[in-house]
Design a protein around this ligand. Structure first.
Ligand SMILES: C[S@@+](CC[C@H](N)C(=O)[O-])C[C@H]1O[C@@H](n2cnc3c(N)ncnc32)[C@H](O)[C@@H]1O
Length: 221
């Protein structure tokens, strides 16, 4: 896990936030036990934050870029009203198999639609708009995910972007690798975008909360 925040502080904060469901807890435990990079999961505190964002925005249509074993998708679905939906993108079959097993056990799993394949291609094929978009896939494509998300956002919608502090490596100059450089580029892009308001939160590994100031032509990006 990224440890920009002391682990015991994160545990304390999670314990005083929206509780993790039992299905999410079992999914998290299996992911830690069986998957190679379980730290990719958002975990209980950021999961509670995602739920709060669904509630605050009144979102009914959510798009997630990067599902992994489904922890964040399930958190988002749990916060949605009946009739709401999470469309989530993933390339890895093994991760998706774990996710589908837990979605089947959850009373909210039917709200989740899994789209297998590269997310940029999936996004190109989407025709409806989304109230909340959570970007959490491969970092090299972050700037493209951001640009496409602006086009897919409904009026008043919000984009959340995970790992924008990248374990503190965003401070390094020159960047140590391509992924760090991609996150630095994304952070510059968002903060220079006159069309949005944004706040970078230091929750876990950093979350950008981005909201367009006005509705824009969707074809200009
Ligand atoms: C950080 S993990 C997502 C974690 C997830 N949001 C959670 O909290 O459990 C990133 C995921 O994005 C997937 N991914 C990587 N490149 C992708 C792409 N081009 N399109 C869709 N998914 C991709 C990876 O397989 C991985 O499962």
């Amino acid at each position: 896990m990224p440890e920009l925040i002391r682990p015991e502080i994160e545990t304390y904060a999670a314990a005083h936030s929206i509780a993790e469901s039992s299905v999410c807890r079992m999914l998290r435990e299996e992911t830690v036990r069986t998957m190679e990079c379980p730290q990719m999961m958002v975990g209980p505190l950021e999961g509670a934050f995602l739920k709060m964002m669904v509630q605050l925005t009144g979102a009914t249509r959510v798009l997630e870029i990067g599902m992994f074993t489904g922890y964040s998708a399930l958190c988002l679905a749990e916060a949605l009203p009946e009739g709401g939906s999470v469309t989530t993108c993933e390339v890895d079959d093994r991760s998706a198999a774990v996710a589908r097993r837990y979605f089947a056990q959850s009373p909210n799993g039917h709200k989740i639609m899994v789209k297998m394949g590269p997310a940029l291609e999936t996004m190109r094929g989407l025709t409806n708009h989304f109230d909340l978009i959570f970007i959490d896939a491969d970092k090299q494509n972050y700037a493209d995910y951001y640009r496409r998300s602006l086009n897919l956002l409904s009026s008043g919608g919000v984009i959340l972007i995970d790992n924008v502090l990248w374990d503190g490596d965003v401070l390094r100059d020159p960047p140590p690798d391509a992924r760090t450089a991609a996150i630095q580029e994304l952070n510059r892009l968002v903060s220079a975008d006159q069309g949005v308001t944004a706040v970078m939160l230091t929750i876990r590994d950093g979350i950008f909360v981005v909201r367009p100031k006005y509705s824009r032509e969707r074809s200009d990006r």
